[in-house]
Design a protein around this ligand. Structure first.
Ligand code: ARG
Length: 576
């Protein structure tokens, strides 16, 4: 149990000890009235009604009856109107938070809430022979953060990349692949040149026929075509690898959609058998379907007239497969907003056919828009952002800024340090910028904000973490014995309250599928640290006891920031 949970427990226990109230009537809430110095409040309306008394009177009686010892996390209970307000005991609170972080270290904030239940996360999921689009880029980063967050709550997470290999242009890509000269290149640029070659081919009538020929060879399963397709798949997988590595992204399972094609035929049969679909000139049609909320869903098809499967059918087959293999408690899809209806339909059919017991969630992602952003009348169509150049530019800009800063501060640095930290700051900036708002929000690339060392950015948070590390380097050995009692300054208490929130923040982020909850916490904590650092000297604290306690607070802040950044796959350099 973390400190806030223990605080709440202490209040509940004390309330029950009065015998004036029963457990079902204890509903602790955040204090509502403004200007109230309290940390939790108990509204007394229901309890008073049960006892036939007036809420304000009952609140007073209850407050008088409550008792807390010096060791309790609760300082006092005071009645205010119909509420009893509870405030934290600053002394025991400081001690408890520092203890939690000191004990937990890298695991501080984690828990075993998930009890090893399986959760499948389907994210990134680009299409073969193509670079990732902006929606894949967002999905990659948001998905990875969701993976990290669920893992930290003790879920067994299966990271799945669902590659698209049903591009109608696939014949052209195969024709291009056959003559592709850059197979030994690396990174996304390899895909860029493959795309370019395919584009040239598209304009060429002769090659057009060749592409047609490849497409039908593939459809009839000719070995030569299958081999070429496999080469294309391998090339696509390896081309993205460098970017995935930079972003701290890795998968447990990577299947192409065609992997599910056979099972998709079974889905069609079963849908017809259970009369969820009707056959109309060889096409299985699903009509009059209601989603979970009872809303009518538009009619959809499960196959083409030539018998081949469709995107949705393969997704339903994938659900069946995932259920059989992992029995997940949840399957989370991090995919662009535009596929909202697709998933609602796929989920409804899967549930209707009894394919899974899992909660099925679609985390709808917005886009990334170029620096011209919304000013452009058709930003979605005019902006093409690719991942590798985006990361490279961020790192180049980070390098310039870091160098400038180091020169201004007259600190010496090696080029090794500069390269390493520029990569961490640049990549961190891109990730944070993508995560700091709700997944559904569009993101506009804004280099100044992305790399602001003094705004809501990864660089600012990384910088505050590096600040902590620098204080700790100058501090020398942290004394084992310290007294949390020393930390009663409002800036110290405010920082401790932020640190204490991390465990709950992770739970909230998981429930809302929103890594932005962690990002908000990181920013709030970094700001609270900056205020503390301005107000409270650490190395030159007035007494040795105070110095020791503040040193512990700085160490705890560094640890908590590191843990939070790690949840977003953002590095925490020790010097900046
Ligand atoms: N490849 C698809 C696209 O580019 C996204 C796949 C998302 N995942 C899924 N299971 N449908 O639009």
């Amino acid at each position: 149990m973390d400190t806030f949970a223990r605080f709440e427990q202490a209040i509940r226990d004390a309330l029950l000890d009065t015998t004036l109230i029963t457990a079902d009537l204890i509903d602790l809430v955040a204090p509502k009235a403004t200007g109230v110095q309290a940390d939790l409040a108990l509204p007394c309306f229901r309890a008073a009604k049960m006892r036939g008394s007036n809420p304000a009177q009952f609140a007073q009686t209850l407050a008088n009856a409550l008792k807390f010892t010096h060791e309790s996390l609760v300082l006092k209970a005071t009645a205010l109107g119909a509420y009893v307000n509870f405030s934290l005991n600053p002394i025991t609170f400081a001690q408890s938070v520092l203890h939690d972080i000191g004990q937990g270290k890298a695991a501080y904030g984690r828990s075993n809430r998930g009890q090893q239940q399986a959760v499948v996360v389907d994210y990134s999921s680009p299409n073969i022979a193509k670079r990732m689009r902006v929606d894949h880029i967002r999905s990659t980063m948001i998905g990875q953060a969701i993976v990290n967050i669920y893992r930290s709550l003790g879920y067994q997470v299966i990271r799945m990349n669902h590659w698209g290999d049903y591009d109608p242009q696939l014949g052209i890509s195969l024709a291009a692949m056959q003559h592709f000269q850059h197979r030994n290149g690396n990174g996304e640029s390899m895909l860029a040149s493959l795309e370019q070659q395919a584009q040239q081919y598209q304009a060429d009538d002769q090659v057009h026929d060749l592409a047609q020929a490849w497409a039908s060879k593939l459809a009839s399963g000719e070995p030569q075509a299958i081999t070429l397709l496999q080469q294309l798949v391998d090339l696509s997988l390896s081309a993205n690898q460098a970017n995935y590595r930079r972003l701290g992204v890795a998968f447990d399972v990577q299947h192409c959609e065609s992997f599910y094609a056979r099972e998709a035929q079974v889905v069609i049969k079963e849908a017809l058998h259970y009369q969820i679909a009707q056959l109309d000139s060889h096409v299985a049609i699903v009509k009059d379907l209601l989603d979970e909320q009872g809303k009518a869903l538009p009619t959809l098809l499960l196959n083409r007239s030539d018998g081949s499967t469709l995107y949705i059918t393969r997704d339903i087959a994938a659900i069946k497969y995932r259920e059989a293999l992992y029995q997940p408690s949840k399957i989370i899809y991090v995919v662009k907003q535009a596929q909202e209806l697709h998933f609602r339909q796929a989920f409804t059919i899967s549930k209707t056919l009894g394919y899974t017991k899992a909660d099925l969630a679609h985390v709808a992602c917005g886009m990334i828009l170029g620096p011209e952003g919304r000013a452009n009348p058709h930003p979605r169509f005019s902006t093409t952002i690719y991942l590798e150049p985006l990361l490279d530019e961020a790192c180049a800009r980070a390098k310039t800024l870091l160098k400038q800063k180091a020169i201004e501060a007259k600190t010496s640095f090696t080029s090794e340090w500069l390269n390493e930290v520029a990569e961490q700051v640049g990549v961190g900036a891109v990730i944070y910028h993508n995560l700091q708002h709700d997944p559904a929000h569009d993101v506009v690339v804004d280099w100044d904000r992305m790399l602001a060392f003094d705004g809501n950015s990864a660089a600012y948070i990384q910088y505050m973490h590096a600040r902590c590390c620098s204080i700790l380097r100058d501090f020398g050995r942290l004394p084992q014995n310290y007294n949390g009692r020393e930390l009663t300054h409002p800036a110290e208490q405010a920082l401790l309250k932020e640190l204490a929130r991390l465990p709950q923040v992770i739970v909230d982020a998981a429930e809302r599928y929103a890594p932005s909850v962690v990002a908000d916490w990181l920013y709030a904590t970094a700001k609270a640290f900056a205020i503390f650092y301005d107000a409270c000297p650490v190395l030159k604290a007035e007494t040795l006891a105070l110095r020791a306690a503040r040193g512990q607070l700085v160490a705890a802040t560094a640890q908590a920031l590191r843990n939070g950044l790690g949840l977003l796959s953002i590095a925490a350099p020790e010097r900046m």
